[in-house]
Write a protein that binds this ligand. Structure first.
Ligand code: AMP
Length: 211
């Protein structure tokens, strides 16, 4: 199963991706996570990406596409993979067309007006990336791994505003791009996490026999 998860920042791609990876045993590739790991380790890619991430802009396509191309060549991707946060614009989608045949693009559809509150209230585990919301947060430590819970530097109001603008201008056109190719399926991302996942499973079970 080779799938792409599409959705605005804060649509719940990461949360659904973790569950999909657990249930279907497919590799989860998040370009945002790859950049954050490189940033933490101070690698050349991390240093290059930092300025863009801090401003809520997209890291240049050459850098991003090369990372994905290299990752998809690793042996664990042979049986399938799930891309989360890539492609983010039409140029990246065209590059992906040359790298692999995608079975399905799953769009997590959300009301853009609600995302500011979701994202500025988001807190994540510094160690494992598990996502929480400040309104329901029970502890300063991650329930999964005990790691410290922090706010992502790009989840501030100013940067979120820019990221949502980038999404509308550059990523949203991919809905049309994949719809025309007959690859797009949408689920309602405004429901609660379990209900969204139930919809996701219905869609994926529908294709898993043939993908
Ligand atoms: P995310 O965790 O997916 O919200 O990504 C965080 C940040 O990483 C984005 O705001 C971008 O600066 C960068 N990033 C992640 N994926 C991509 C991509 N496919 N193309 C360009 N930049 C990306």
């Amino acid at each position: 199963m080779k799938i792409v998860l599409l959705g605005a920042p804060g649509a719940g791609k990461g949360t659904q991706a973790t569950r999909i990876a657990e249930k279907y045993g497919i590799v989860h590739i998040s370009t945002g996570d790859i950049f954050r790991k490189n940033l933490k380790e101070g690698t050349p890619v991390g240093l290059k990406a930092k300025a863009y991430i801090d401003k809520g802009q997209l890291v240049p396509d050459e850098v991003t596409c090369e990372i994905v191309e290299t990752r998809l060549k690793e042996s664990d991707c042979e049986k399938g993979f799930m891309l989360d946060g890539f492609p983010r614009n039409v140029m990246q989608a065209e590059a992906l067309d040359k790298m692999s045949d995608i079975d399905l693009v799953l769009n997590i559809a959300v009301d853009l007006d609600k995302l500011m509150a979701r994202l500025t209230g988001r807190r994540v585990c510094k160690e494992c990336g598990e996502s929480y919301h400040i309104s329901t947060l029970q502890s300063a430590k991650c329930a999964k791994c005990g790691g410290e819970i922090i706010q992502r530097a790009d989840d501030t109001e100013e940067t979120v505003g820019k990221r949502l603008g980038v999404y509308t201008e550059q990523t949203q056109p991919l809905i049309d791009y994949y719809s025309k190719k007959g690859l797009l399926k949408s689920v309602d991302g405004m429901k609660d996490i379990d209900d969204v996942f139930a919809e996701v499973v219905k869609v994926l079970d529908g294709i898993s026999g043939r993908a």
